[in-house]
Design a protein around this ligand. Structure first.
Ligand code: HEC
Length: 136
């Protein structure tokens, strides 16, 4: 009984984690998070919290590219990618979650600051790994 409970809890957690693999390739995942980041900006500009929250949730739960991200990274850069990945995850996904938290607390200024910091995570990863993609 207990095993079943643990198992269903695990399946529940897995199905809601952003680690769920998708049918999208890396570029398609990026196009999605790009739309979400833009949605967040628009929400801030219009003072529309629901819009910011929607974009932030999409980023926090974004799908993993088919086969995992590593296979899209040039083999010579894979080790570096693995090393940097946790920091980018934290800055981007963690940032999106923090934006949601601040907004729910009514702290729009802090939410926006965290949003710009989140974007710096996107940019930092691009500086290191964009245009260094191997085969799909
Ligand atoms: C872990 C590293 C990493 C992070 C973090 C990251 N990106 Fe990317 N991004 C890439 C790589 C690598 C590519 C190149 C993908 C390709 O060309 O297949 C890319 C490509 C893109 C593209 C171009 C897609 C196209 O059509 O050519 C956009 C737009 C983009 N990312 C937006 C974002 C946004 C917005 C964020 C933050 C919310 C973000 N990325 C976070 C690594 C990252």
């Amino acid at each position: 009984m207990r095993k079943i409970a643990v198992f269903s809890l695990l399946m529940f957690a897995l199905s809601f984690s952003h680690e769920v693999e998708s049918e999208l390739n890396f570029k398609q995942v990026m196009q999605l998070v790009n739309q979400s980041a833009t949605k967040m900006l628009q929400g801030f500009l219009l003072g529309n919290d629901a819009m910011v929250l929607e974009g932030a949730r999409e980023i926090a739960e974004h799908p993993v590219p088919k086969g995992g991200p590593l296979r899209y990274i040039d083999p010579s850069k894979r080790e570096e990618f693995m090393r940097f990945m946790p920091a980018f995850e934290k800055q981007v996904h963690g940032g999106a979650e923090e934006v949601m938290k601040f907004l729910r607390e009514g702290k729009r200024d802090q939410a926006f600051k965290t949003y710009t910091n989140m974007l710096q995570g996107c940019i930092a990863c691009h500086e290191l790994f964009r245009d260094r993609i191997g085969g799909r």
